[in-house]
Design a protein around this ligand. Structure first.
Ligand code: FAD
Ligand code: ZN
Length: 229
């Protein structure tokens, strides 16, 4: 109620399972009176590449380009390029960011990884000190909602893909927690292509049910034991 939610969404096809999961989140959260902003990365043709063009002013060291240093300085001077600034404004007002995506190579799709690379700039999202529990986005929640090709059995400790939590470690701990986010449990929709329509409808329903009580949830204990014990 009265909360701001940013949905960072990466799927090319509106009729996909990811598209449906995104739409359901919008429906449920809107009904609660939340304000929702969607960054639909493929529709925006979001630029994923971290390059010199992300800094519009003079570079600190044009002889030896360092993306991290230059973007940190550009952020302080307010000379990051427009598309990054826009996304940072959306992040700033968000209480919760939902990342909705299909798992690509045990990770985010490149367009979403690029969004992270370019938007979570030092000085804006983290600093030294100012990472993990003191990360600069520490008053916000992050939730990864993704679909997989593999089944839940494959992503178990003894399954051939290994525990899904190993996959979550870099994404939830290395990125979200590093930037200070409190991490809500992931929403994993396993193998939607390989289950029937009934099962898919049920998966969507489960997501809707969860979102109805999302503001009562406690974040996970995002430390190594959660992932590796
Ligand atoms: P879709 O095929 O779009 O949807 C599945 C089905 O859901 C469709 O039949 C659709 O019609 C149906 N549907 C949509 N909306 C509804 C609705 N409202 N009600 C009922 N049915 C609906 N997988 C892994 O496990 N690990 C990997 O490392 C991995 N790497 C990949 C790398 C690449 C480059 C690619 C392309 C894929 C990879 N995959 C991997 C597989 C990928 O994660 C899955 O293909 C993807 O998650 C499936 O989700 P989708 O939304 O694209 O499915
Ligand atoms: Zn953590």
């Amino acid at each position: 109620p009265g909360k701001n939610v940013l949905i960072v969404y990466a799927h090319q096809e509106p009729k996909s399972m990811n598209g449906s999961l995104k739409n359901i989140a919008v429906d449920v959260l809107q009904k609660q009176g939340c304000s929702i902003i969607i960054s639909d990365l493929y529709s925006m043709n979001f630029n994923a590449a971290a390059t010199r063009n992300d800094i519009t002013g003079e570079l600190c060291n044009p002889q030896h380009f360092r993306y991290g240093t230059e973007t940190m300085e550009a952020f302080k001077k307010g000379v990051l390029c427009e598309d990054i600034l826009k996304e940072q404004e959306k992040v700033k007002v968000a209480d919760l960011i939902i990342f909705q995506f299909p798992l690509y190579w045990y990770s985010f799709p490149a367009i979403m990884k690029g969004w992270i690379d370019r938007v979570f700039v030092q000085g804006f999202a983290f600093d030294f000190p100012g990472c993990y529990d003191t990360g600069l986005l520490k008053d916000k929640l992050a939730l990864l909602s993704f679909t997989t090709g593999g089944t839940e059995e494959m992503f178990s400790k003894d399954g051939m893909s290994g525990d899904i939590r190993y996959v979550l470690w870099p994404m939830q701990h290395g990125i979200m927690h590093f930037c200070g986010f409190k991490v809500l449990a992931p929403q994993i929709t396993y193998a939607p292509e390989y289950v029937g329509d009934e099962k898919r409808k049920n998966m969507l329903l489960l997501w809707a049910r969860r979102l109805e009580a999302i503001w009562d949830e406690r974040p996970i204990e995002c430390t190594p034991p959660w992932y590796f014990q």
